[in-house]
Design a protein around this ligand. Structure first.
Ligand SMILES: NC(=O)c1ccc[n+]([C@@H]2O[C@H](COP(=O)([O-])OP(=O)(O)OC[C@H]3O[C@@H](n4cnc5c(N)ncnc54)[C@H](OP(=O)(O)O)[C@@H]3O)[C@@H](O)[C@H]2O)c1
Length: 288
């Protein structure tokens, strides 16, 4: 294998599109597939080989990245590609699909295609960090056998944290996202309270700035709240999916705040806010 493996990216949404773009910039041969073909067409000039189906996309790939919306979709695409995967390919699942689906996919692929190496590698970071190759990869699986991934991870991220056996990455991802979801809800509520007292978002940020509470994430989301532009970095509906995945996976932990947030975010999704950035929860609180 040459130093740069041939890569297939399945799912050219907000995140997968950024991965493919960064791989192309670093000179990789990249095959891409997206259900809605138009979403990948802008990358064809940069060299993307856009396939008609996932089977064609993976046929020549040493590394296959899956970045699809959820577990059911990932499972159905994996069923489609199973027989077309190259001998010894590395399948790197990077979407947030929860623990149950991850464990089922690992077990299924191990019996259907024992030659294939499954790496479970969800990511921390949203659309803009993905575009700037600044996400963190929560990798798990056989690192020794997946060395071909090293240059791929280097092209799309600021680094990978290897966490253990395949499946550990998806577990850590649920931990991180339950923290992120709590932070977003708290910021939305605190901003509403600040407004009630006559403070602007700028007043609020100036008090936080420079101190231990000034999370960079909060600054970005406050900026979105202030501008009223909720163009999705991370869709509210996918953040709700992640809250539910964490609640489903937590057998023994008590997560009462996360449960309340999921119920509230469901109401916001039902009211039509789901396709906007998760920071739109602030607007939902204001409008309802
Ligand atoms: N955005 C973030 O901040 C972020 C951060 C970390 C992890 N993630 C996770 O990364 C994954 C992708 O997120 P994203 O933000 O890139 O989402 P996105 O922009 O909504 O893209 C979703 C992808 O899934 C595909 N898809 C949806 N339904 C499908 C179906 N029925 N059959 C085949 N393909 C289908 C979409 O294809 P179409 O274009 O045809 O709809 C698109 O390629 C999710 O698991 C998400 O939770 C997202």
């Amino acid at each position: 294998m040459s130093q740069q493996p041939t890569v297939a990216v399945l799912g050219l949404g907000a995140m997968g599109h950024a991965f493919a773009a960064n791989l192309l910039k670093k000179g990789f041969t990249v095959h891409g597939w997206n259900r809605t073909r138009a979403r990948g067409e802008d990358l064809e000039n940069a060299g993307l080989k856009l396939a008609e189906g996932p089977e064609q996309a993976v046929a020549d790939a040493e590394v296959v990245i899956a970045m699809l919306a959820d577990g059911n979709i990932t499972e159905s695409v994996f069923k489609q590609i199973e027989k077309s995967l190259k001998q010894g390919a590395i399948v790197c699942q990077m979407g947030t699909i929860g623990t149950e689906k991850t464990d089922a996919l690992i077990a299924h692929l191990a019996s259907a295609r024992p030659d294939v190496i499954y790496i479970d590698a969800p990511v921390s970071g949203t659309k803009a960090p993905a575009e700037n190759a600044q996400i963190l990869i929560l990798a798990s699986g056989d690192k020794e056998k997946a060395q071909a991934l090293e240059p791929v991870f280097a092209a799309i991220s600021k680094g990978a944290q290897w966490l253990g056996e395949a499946g550990a990455g998806s577990r850590m991802k649920l931990v991180i996202n339950s923290w992120l979801i709590g932070l977003m809800q708290s910021l939305a509520e605190s901003t509403r309270l600040a407004e009630e007292f006559g403070f602007s978002t700028d007043d609020l940020w100036k008090v936080l700035d420079g101190g231990p509470l000034a999370a960079p994430y909060a600054k970005v989301k406050l900026g979105m709240i202030e501008s009223g532009d909720f163009t999705p970095q991370m869709h509210l509906i996918w953040a709700l999916k992640d809250a539910r995945l964490a609640l489903d996976a937590a057998n023994h932990s008590q997560l009462p705040a996360l449960k309340n947030i999921a119920d509230l975010w469901q109401q916001a999704v039902d009211a039509g806010y789901g396709e906007q950035d998760l920071s739109v929860i602030y607007q939902y609180l204001k409008d309802r």
